[in-house]
Ligand binder design. Sequence first.
Ligand code: ZN
Ligand code: ZN
Length: 365
Amino acid sequence: MFPDADYSGRLDRARALMDERDADVMLLSVGADLPYFAGYEAMPLERLTMLVVPKDAGAVLVVPRLEAPRIALRGGAFEVWPWDELDDPVGVVARHAGKADLALIGEQTWSRFLLELQRTMHRTRFESASAVTRQLRMRKDAAEIELLRAAAAATDRVVAALDGVAFGGRTERDLAAEVQRLVMAEGHDIASFAIIASGPNAASPHHEPTDRMIEEGDTVVVDFGGRWHGYCSDTTRTFVVGEPSPEIAAAHSVLEAAQAAGRAAVRPGATGEDVDAAARKVIDAAGYGDHFIHRTGHGIGLEVHEHPYIVAGNSEPLEAGMTFSIEPGIYLPGRFGMRIEDIVACSTDGIDELNRSPRTLHEVS
Ligand code: ZN
Ligand code: ZN
């Protein structure tokens, strides 16, 4: 599922950052850090999988023996150490970690394993590995951006297909199943989620599809994504069944202008909060400020939500290679909601737009 990449180079860059922090070893388990450094995703189950990255020695992937056949060796970036059912995998990890004063541990590691590691490595201090992993993972290389572009293009084709689909008279749940089928048909590995939020339900940004029947005049927020060779897609367009009311049409024009202002603010050196403020200003000025109830966006890559976050308070400058969503919304409780979401990359001279389907209100029957 995960493409070939310079895994040895990524591990070397991690070791350089570990050195700056005086960390002796980094321990990564479930979540997206492991695929980033080893091209392998741990099963989120009770058997421990852990990549042990000592600062001064080769990396070792400790895995349950029954999962070892799934591992691609990635040009010797790491060694594989399969453990048997009666072994103590925490002891195996501790042995490979060696004498460590400071260990960095992946943030999504189960607390059960961290507690056992702390008992076994009782002289070692544990800190989050995110200080190292986020620095590397949020700066995408050209190949990662091309995977995100291909994932986004596939979701754009799904949006184009939805323009020809009848929404009225079917349930949110039924339409969600169709969106997920289209996502798979367009070549994704996994259809991770499909939010179909119609009529008053559209005012809830993370609505779960229900058996509500979609009606004439409804706005329908369609927010969906999946994984493409391990990289995530995530796009939103708002549809309307039949002619939009003047109020809905006007609000959507405001939203289009806000989303465009967010995109126009993207360039190296601008911050996440600059992009958020640019989009928010347009919505505030039109009087909908209280109805834009979430941040403007999130980073995306191997995880659908990761750094950098496009939110007030994030004053870290954007750099070429950072990829994230721009997704302002307007939500009127009990009445309607709308959102426009694109994935974009910051490029050396501004923005590289990965999603390109029309951002207008999509009229359907
Ligand atoms: Zn989304
Ligand atoms: Zn999103």
